[in-house]
Write a protein that binds this ligand. Structure first.
Ligand SMILES: [Zn+2]
Length: 238
């Protein structure tokens, strides 16, 4: 069975991977497609209820702009499956928080979201802040997810506090969010940048376009190559 890029089994068949297609985490609010039942559902139900209560109402803008399970590839990287394909991701109020737009939430809202996902849910959910701000996905494995789900069930919710968030492994440069098709460019005398969208610009013996299909995410260039790329299309990272 294939899996989405977070390692959870993915299928076109809802029953094969235990999708609850009628998932309704709030009265009157459905996420078309549904969510993986069991511990994953417990965690997303908590997330949606907290977002609705503390951050932004779930159906505030347009009914039907919340999405769950859908068997599909990453939009820009067809070689990997979206976390939606395993029923371990949701999009929340999509019309207000579109893909590839940053700062769609206020600073206070963003802080509250981080409190919910990083502290209360101990990082088993990842929010694609700054990239795809409607999107939340499972990042933990079964054991981590089960542990957080048990806390929710035992305590009627997870309280912030004693459990420290596990430290992220150190990264020398900013990482590329998995659902986005951007490339990290490193070159002498250039700040690290994200290239978006990929172009058929030759880099050494390859091109950025072919690198995309080879699954290469980080491209080290000469200064001259970087000048060429940047003059055509780049988005500064900072
Ligand atoms: Zn999504």
């Amino acid at each position: 069975m294939p899996s989405s890029y977070n390692g959870w089994p993915a299928s076109r068949s809802a029953s094969l991977i235990g999708i609850n297609t009628n998932w309704s985490p709030l009265p009157g609010v459905k996420f078309p497609g549904g969510i993986k039942s069991g511990d994953v559902e417990t965690i997303f139900t908590y997330l949606v209820q907290q977002l609705d209560k503390r951050v932004e109402k779930a159906a505030e803008y347009r009914p039907g702009d919340d999405w769950g399970w859908a068997y599909r590839a990453n939009v820009n990287n067809p070689s990997t499956l979206s976390c939606h394909a395993s029923g371990t991701a949701i999009d929340y109020n999509a019309t207000q928080h579109p893909n590839r737009v940053a700062n769609t939430w206020t600073r206070e809202q963003a802080r509250e979201i981080r409190q919910i996902v990083d502290v209360e849910l101990a990082g088993v959910i990842k929010w694609l802040e700054g990239w795809d701000e409607m999107h939340f996905e499972i990042r933990g494995d079964r054991i981590a997810v089960a542990k957080v789900a048990k806390k929710i069930r035992d305590g009627g919710g997870v309280t912030p506090g004693p459990e420290p968030t596990p430290p992220e492994p150190p990264e020398p440069t900013p990482t590329r969010p998995p659902e986005d098709s951007v490339f990290i460019l490193q070159a002498p005398n250039h700040p690290t940048r994200l290239i978006d969208p990929p172009l058929a610009i030759p880099i050494g013996s390859t091109t950025i376009k072919s690198a995309e299909f080879a699954g290469i995410k980080r491209i080290v260039m000469t200064e001259k190559e970087a000048d060429t790329v940047i003059s055509q299309t780049v988005r500064a990272l900072d």
